[in-house]
Write a new protein. Sequence first.
Length: 330
Amino acid sequence: MYAVIILHCSSPLLMQYGKVPMSEWWSADLLNALTRFGVPVFVMITGALLLPKEYEIGSFLKKRLGRVVVPFLFWSLVYVWYSWYNEEITFGGDAWANISQVLHLLKTGSSYHLWYVYMLIGLYFFIPVIGKFVRNASEKEIVYFLVIWIGVMLITQPYLSRFNPSVDMHYFAGFAGYLVLGYYLANKDFNIKYLRLWMCLLFLFSVALIAIGSRFLISYPKYPGTMLYEPVNPAVLLLAVSAFMLAKLTVAKMPPVVINVRDFAGKYNYGVYLAHALILYFLDDLFGVSYKLGLPILSIPLTALICFVISLILEWIVNKIPFVGKWISG
């Protein structure tokens, strides 16, 4: 979650390419590349934790969607309010027109970061089906799915799309592959010597590929410079796999106080995701806390840390509201 917030703190500076000193832009680019694993690893963890279990479809959807959709709707309306407060939208005297505008924002997303929730809801509908497959599939069949998924990912990239045949392969596309990949990597024992070292090297290589590659893409106007930032992208896939495997292969010895803080933060993780964009807005608008605080290589992680802590405290407070708090806090 902290990685995702760093990513969002660095994005405004990345969009200032050519308008800020290159040393500052490179700092944002490096931090952005370092943290691009955040969303894919979120999905991989979801696959690792949910796919091994057998569910009754109705109870699964009721439990999971209830926990996701209610806080999402509440915070979506909060971001509608912020858009009105920031004069990005206006409401007139026609009540139905106002309602239609709000419903349109709920349909398309009232804040830039809420795309993740729309994607997650779609995955929840798919989990009972794909979970049945992976629990009964052989390793060869799971690897087959992943190979096809990676192949589809490759041929849909801008530079390779000319090799994409007119065969409909969208069944193997998108974030569903990360679900299966998370399940596979979590349950597979790899008997490879120095695997942790190899994963460290792969992580560093992926960071360099994303950071340096994005710089070259910006200079080549035929395709968008953000191609290597996309979550379903071979470079980000390598980064996510290496980050996931490093976490799996590392047994951290933490004192009890750190474990308690970790568990407390984990309890409100989804709520922090929903709230953090609003906190970033106000930190910048009211207090000038952003990448502009100082050297971006330091100010971006600091801003992200301040945002994380405030969002966590806010979610804890919201959770304490009688009757409705636990439903809307996330």
